[in-house]
Design a protein around this ligand. Structure first.
Ligand code: SF4
Length: 395
């Protein structure tokens, strides 16, 4: 991306261009100014400016008050994957009160752990955290101190390992998530697709070069805060940015071009029929298999359909699968839409009275529950919303 022609630039943009041309720290040796190795004075300047900004502007977050507790950092990082900071703040202390150490978490029943996680979504995270806690506990109870060793635990990827190792153990490890990648890509006008292997490697390389030997954890957290408060996805506030004079995208007024993204996430639309079967004031629920979507959570039986017209046949299949004879045709009581990262699910909710059933309930995977019994079980947000709509319909 080249800058606008000079005669179309505002005085401010021209000033930036002049300053950029005069800046001895900007690496122009690579096409599009992509970075290969960062000159030492520029590295030093970025570190100093970013850390100084962080000291003045850092967010007061509960896990930052426990910076040297690796278990507390680990739980925070798992919760923060895919979940907004505001939501995590509310749930984090609660989780740590219930499971204050890796040993308590490792020895807890998975069902209890899942109940504490309810509503946070992305349930594979908690399955992995529980499994990983057990591995650590069985291995003596000490959380690994290096990023390499942390990465061997279930659910701990490159970013999380870097965050825990740098914050809790002061290891010089980068922690690059999508937000940090955005800032780094803008700072150095990185032309590679940030979702590609090459783009990820380049950004990680830059982040590693920039890391200071002292305060690597604070430096990683400074990126995170800057990406949230200043270098936001749609409207970066460059006038407030401590790195403005170092930033090549700001110089070329091309912030919106970066980060470069080649492929977009495709969202698939899915229709799912939900059978709410009731008998003698109770509702039939089943437990999802452990692993996969909504791992181990309870729900009303569901089946995916191609079109709405296939709902009747799908309900018959469902009721037969559980050996139920229905008193009448099921009634459609609600439509609930729920969005996930890759899926938009339209739940078509049907209610049906059961006159008899041959289904043997198994405490582990199926049950007849009251309204309160449903509320006590770990259930996904989608199915909790479905239950609300069912209760509203029933009056
Ligand atoms: Fe982001 Fe603007 Fe700062 Fe560059 S100057 S890092 S584009 S906020």
């Amino acid at each position: 991306m080249s800058a606008l022609p000079r005669d179309q630039q505002t005085p401010r943009q021209l000033l930036r261009a002049v300053r950029h041309a005069a800046n001895p720290f900007v690496n122009r040796s690579h096409p599009n100014h992509s970075v290969t190795s960062i000159e030492s004075p520029r590295r030093v300047a970025i570190r100093r400016k970013l850390l100084r900004w962080y000291d003045r502007n850092k967010r007061d977050l509960p896990w930052r008050r426990r910076a040297d507790d690796p278990y507390a950092q680990w739980v925070a990082e798992v919760m923060l994957q895919q979940t907004r900071v505001d939501t995590v703040i509310d749930r984090y202390e609660q989780f740590l009160r219930r499971f204050p150490s890796v040993g308590v978490l490792a020895t807890a029943q998975y069902e209890d752990v899942l109940k504490q996680w309810e509503g946070l979504g992305y349930y594979r995270r908690i399955l992995h955290l529980h499994r990983a806690a057990r591995m650590v506990y069985e291995d003596g109870g000490t959380i690994p101190t290096t990023a390499d060793a942390l990465r061997r635990l279930p659910g701990v990827g490159e970013y999380m390992a870097g965050a825990i190792a740098s914050i809790a153990f002061q290891q010089r490890e980068p922690a690059v998530d999508g937000n940090v990648a955005r800032v780094v890509a803008r700072l150095f006008c990185i032309e590679d697709d940030v979702l590609s292997t090459k783009g990820k490697a380049r950004i990680r390389d830059v982040a590693t070069q920039l890391l200071p030997a002292g305060r690597p954890g604070d430096f990683n957290q400074a990126w995170m805060d800057l990406s949230t408060a200043v270098c936001t996805p749609r409207s970066p506030d460059c006038s407030r940015c401590p790195l403005q004079t170092e930033c090549q995208a700001a110089d070329t007024v091309a912030m919106d071009r970066y980060p470069v993204r080649g492929r977009r996430t495709r969202v698939i639309s899915v229709k799912t029929v939900v059978g709410v079967f009731r008998a003698r004031g109770r509702l039939f629920v089943r437990r999802r298999p452990v692993g996969g979507l909504w791992s181990g959570l309870w729900e009303f039986p569901t089946v995916n359909v191609e079109t709405t017209d296939a709902a009747d046949a799908a309900l018959k299949t469902l009721s037969r699968a559980y050996g139920m004879a229905l008193t009448d045709d099921p009634i459609e009581v609600a439509t609930v839409t729920h969005k996930l990262t890759h899926r938009a699910i339209q739940f078509l909710v049907f209610m049906a009275a059961v006159k008899r059933t041959r289904a043997a309930t198994c405490a582990d995977s199926t049950a007849w529950v009251t309204k309160d019994g449903f509320a006590d079980r770990p259930v996904s947000t989608a199915h909790r919303r479905i239950m609300e709509r069912v209760l509203a319909w029933a009056g």
